[in-house]
Write a protein that binds this ligand. Structure first.
Ligand code: IMP
Ligand code: MG
Length: 182
Protein backbone atom coordinates (compact mmCIF):
# COMPACT_ATOMS: atom_id res chain seq x y z
CA UNK A 1 0.00 0.00 0.00
CA UNK A 2 1.17 3.55 -0.76
CA UNK A 3 1.78 5.92 2.10
CA UNK A 4 -0.50 8.89 1.54
CA UNK A 5 1.31 12.15 0.83
CA UNK A 6 0.58 14.59 3.70
CA UNK A 7 -0.72 17.24 1.25
CA UNK A 8 -3.25 14.83 -0.25
CA UNK A 9 -6.68 14.72 1.37
CA UNK A 10 -7.79 11.41 -0.13
CA UNK A 11 -7.09 9.08 -3.03
CA UNK A 12 -9.54 9.08 -5.95
CA UNK A 13 -7.93 6.40 -8.14
CA UNK A 14 -5.25 4.04 -6.98
CA UNK A 15 -2.62 2.28 -9.07
CA UNK A 16 -4.74 -0.79 -9.75
CA UNK A 17 -7.76 1.27 -10.83
CA UNK A 18 -5.57 3.43 -13.08
CA UNK A 19 -4.04 0.35 -14.69
CA UNK A 20 -7.42 -1.17 -15.53
CA UNK A 21 -8.75 2.14 -16.89
CA UNK A 22 -5.72 2.56 -19.15
CA UNK A 23 -5.89 -1.04 -20.31
CA UNK A 24 -9.54 -0.57 -21.30
CA UNK A 25 -8.77 2.66 -23.17
CA UNK A 26 -5.85 1.01 -24.98
CA UNK A 27 -8.11 -1.81 -26.13
CA UNK A 28 -10.70 0.68 -27.46
CA UNK A 29 -8.04 2.62 -29.35
CA UNK A 30 -6.45 -0.58 -30.70
CA UNK A 31 -9.83 -1.68 -32.06
CA UNK A 32 -10.58 1.73 -33.66
CA UNK A 33 -7.18 2.43 -35.23
CA UNK A 34 -6.46 -0.92 -36.90
CA UNK A 35 -5.05 -0.25 -40.38
CA UNK A 36 -4.80 3.50 -39.84
CA UNK A 37 -1.88 5.91 -39.41
CA UNK A 38 -2.05 6.75 -35.71
CA UNK A 39 -0.11 9.62 -34.17
CA UNK A 40 -0.43 10.19 -30.42
CA UNK A 41 0.15 13.76 -29.34
CA UNK A 42 0.62 14.29 -25.65
CA UNK A 43 0.30 17.64 -24.02
CA UNK A 44 3.30 18.33 -21.79
CA UNK A 45 3.90 17.98 -19.02
CA UNK A 46 0.92 16.51 -17.23
CA UNK A 47 0.10 13.87 -19.85
CA UNK A 48 3.51 12.18 -19.97
CA UNK A 49 2.71 9.54 -17.35
CA UNK A 50 -0.61 8.64 -18.97
CA UNK A 51 1.03 8.69 -22.42
CA UNK A 52 3.72 6.26 -21.30
CA UNK A 53 1.14 3.82 -19.95
CA UNK A 54 -1.43 4.25 -22.72
CA UNK A 55 0.95 3.78 -25.65
CA UNK A 56 2.00 0.41 -24.26
CA UNK A 57 -1.63 -0.71 -24.15
CA UNK A 58 -2.17 0.15 -27.83
CA UNK A 59 -1.34 -2.79 -30.07
CA UNK A 60 -1.37 -1.07 -33.50
CA UNK A 61 1.62 0.81 -35.00
CA UNK A 62 1.85 4.41 -33.86
CA UNK A 63 4.06 7.47 -33.70
CA UNK A 64 4.28 9.86 -30.79
CA UNK A 65 4.98 13.57 -30.52
CA UNK A 66 4.64 16.24 -27.87
CA UNK A 67 3.32 19.75 -27.55
CA UNK A 68 3.62 22.10 -24.66
CA UNK A 69 1.00 24.72 -24.04
CA UNK A 70 0.64 26.96 -21.10
CA UNK A 71 -2.69 27.94 -19.59
CA UNK A 72 -2.23 27.71 -15.86
CA UNK A 73 1.03 29.04 -14.49
CA UNK A 74 1.29 28.07 -10.85
CA UNK A 75 -2.32 28.95 -10.09
CA UNK A 76 -5.02 26.40 -9.44
CA UNK A 77 -7.56 28.17 -11.65
CA UNK A 78 -7.55 28.29 -15.47
CA UNK A 79 -6.38 31.67 -16.74
CA UNK A 80 -8.00 31.28 -20.15
CA UNK A 81 -4.70 32.16 -21.80
CA UNK A 82 -3.29 29.36 -23.95
CA UNK A 83 -0.03 29.65 -25.83
CA UNK A 84 2.20 27.12 -27.60
CA UNK A 85 5.45 26.73 -25.73
CA UNK A 86 6.68 23.76 -27.77
CA UNK A 87 5.30 22.78 -31.16
CA UNK A 88 5.20 19.37 -32.88
CA UNK A 89 8.30 18.01 -34.61
CA UNK A 90 6.37 15.88 -37.10
CA UNK A 91 3.93 16.74 -39.87
CA UNK A 92 0.41 15.48 -39.08
CA UNK A 93 -1.14 16.24 -42.47
CA UNK A 94 -3.23 13.25 -43.59
CA UNK A 95 -2.55 11.27 -40.42
CA UNK A 96 -4.89 10.01 -37.71
CA UNK A 97 -4.17 12.21 -34.73
CA UNK A 98 -5.17 11.38 -31.19
CA UNK A 99 -4.52 14.02 -28.56
CA UNK A 100 -3.58 12.47 -25.22
CA UNK A 101 -4.55 14.65 -22.26
CA UNK A 102 -4.25 14.19 -18.53
CA UNK A 103 -7.38 16.09 -17.56
CA UNK A 104 -10.18 17.99 -19.24
CA UNK A 105 -11.15 20.82 -16.92
CA UNK A 106 -12.42 24.10 -18.41
CA UNK A 107 -11.64 22.67 -21.86
CA UNK A 108 -9.85 25.86 -22.88
CA UNK A 109 -6.59 24.07 -23.60
CA UNK A 110 -8.19 21.38 -25.74
CA UNK A 111 -10.44 23.83 -27.51
CA UNK A 112 -7.41 25.82 -28.58
CA UNK A 113 -5.38 22.73 -29.48
CA UNK A 114 -8.13 21.15 -31.59
CA UNK A 115 -8.51 24.37 -33.56
CA UNK A 116 -4.78 24.70 -34.03
CA UNK A 117 -4.19 21.05 -35.01
CA UNK A 118 -7.20 20.78 -37.33
CA UNK A 119 -5.82 23.67 -39.38
CA UNK A 120 -2.90 21.33 -40.25
CA UNK A 121 -5.33 18.99 -42.05
CA UNK A 122 -4.96 15.67 -40.27
CA UNK A 123 -7.08 12.78 -41.66
CA UNK A 124 -8.82 12.63 -38.29
CA UNK A 125 -8.51 14.34 -34.93
CA UNK A 126 -9.76 12.87 -31.66
CA UNK A 127 -9.11 13.25 -27.94
CA UNK A 128 -8.25 10.69 -25.27
CA UNK A 129 -8.38 12.17 -21.80
CA UNK A 130 -7.60 10.26 -18.65
CA UNK A 131 -9.80 12.44 -16.44
CA UNK A 132 -12.88 14.48 -17.22
CA UNK A 133 -13.65 16.89 -14.44
CA UNK A 134 -17.31 17.43 -13.57
CA UNK A 135 -17.09 21.19 -13.67
CA UNK A 136 -19.72 23.46 -12.20
CA UNK A 137 -20.47 26.23 -14.66
CA UNK A 138 -18.69 26.91 -17.94
CA UNK A 139 -16.86 24.26 -19.92
CA UNK A 140 -15.79 24.53 -23.57
CA UNK A 141 -17.69 22.16 -25.86
CA UNK A 142 -15.24 19.30 -26.23
CA UNK A 143 -16.35 15.78 -26.93
CA UNK A 144 -13.46 13.44 -26.12
CA UNK A 145 -13.79 10.09 -27.91
CA UNK A 146 -11.95 8.23 -25.15
CA UNK A 147 -12.49 9.06 -21.49
CA UNK A 148 -10.72 7.28 -18.66
CA UNK A 149 -12.99 8.35 -15.86
CA UNK A 150 -14.82 11.34 -14.47
CA UNK A 151 -13.54 13.15 -11.40
CA UNK A 152 -15.08 15.68 -9.01
CA UNK A 153 -14.53 19.42 -9.35
CA UNK A 154 -11.61 19.48 -6.92
CA UNK A 155 -7.95 20.16 -7.52
CA UNK A 156 -6.37 16.77 -8.16
CA UNK A 157 -2.72 15.77 -8.28
CA UNK A 158 -0.62 12.73 -9.06
CA UNK A 159 -0.25 10.43 -12.08
CA UNK A 160 1.36 13.32 -13.96
CA UNK A 161 -0.86 16.07 -12.56
CA UNK A 162 0.85 18.82 -10.62
CA UNK A 163 0.33 21.76 -8.42
CA UNK A 164 3.20 24.23 -8.98
CA UNK A 165 5.20 21.36 -10.59
CA UNK A 166 4.91 19.11 -7.56
CA UNK A 167 3.18 15.76 -7.00
CA UNK A 168 3.48 14.54 -10.62
CA UNK A 169 5.28 11.40 -9.45
CA UNK A 170 2.56 10.20 -7.09
CA UNK A 171 1.41 6.82 -8.45
CA UNK A 172 -2.25 7.56 -7.63
CA UNK A 173 -4.67 10.44 -8.32
CA UNK A 174 -5.67 12.27 -5.17
CA UNK A 175 -7.42 15.44 -4.07
CA UNK A 176 -5.03 18.14 -2.91
CA UNK A 177 -5.81 19.64 0.48
CA UNK A 178 -7.25 23.13 -0.17
CA UNK A 179 -4.92 24.69 2.41
CA UNK A 180 -1.98 23.78 0.17
CA UNK A 181 -3.09 26.19 -2.58
CA UNK A 182 -5.23 28.75 -0.76
P1 IMP B 1 -8.33 23.26 -18.99
O1 IMP B 1 -7.78 24.10 -20.08
O2 IMP B 1 -9.01 24.07 -17.91
O3 IMP B 1 -9.20 22.11 -19.48
O4 IMP B 1 -7.11 22.63 -18.19
C1 IMP B 1 -6.21 21.83 -18.82
C2 IMP B 1 -4.93 21.69 -18.06
O5 IMP B 1 -4.95 22.31 -16.77
C3 IMP B 1 -4.67 20.24 -17.81
O6 IMP B 1 -4.00 19.65 -18.89
C4 IMP B 1 -3.85 20.26 -16.54
O7 IMP B 1 -2.48 20.42 -16.85
C5 IMP B 1 -4.34 21.49 -15.80
N1 IMP B 1 -5.33 21.13 -14.78
C6 IMP B 1 -6.67 21.30 -14.81
N2 IMP B 1 -7.26 20.84 -13.71
C7 IMP B 1 -6.27 20.34 -12.94
C8 IMP B 1 -6.25 19.70 -11.65
O8 IMP B 1 -7.26 19.46 -10.96
N3 IMP B 1 -5.01 19.34 -11.19
C9 IMP B 1 -3.87 19.55 -11.89
N4 IMP B 1 -3.84 20.13 -13.11
C10 IMP B 1 -5.04 20.53 -13.62
MG1 MG C 1 -0.54 21.26 -15.47
Amino acid sequence: MDTLHPDVDHVLFDQAEIASIVERMGAEITRDYEGRDLVLIAVLRGAVVFMGDLMRQIKVPLAIDFMAVSSYGAAAKSSGIVRIVKDLDIDIKGRDVLIVEDILDSGLTLHYLMKNLSSRRPASLEVATFLWKDVRGKQAAINPKYVGTHCPDDFVVGYGLDYAERYRNLPYVGVLKPEVYS
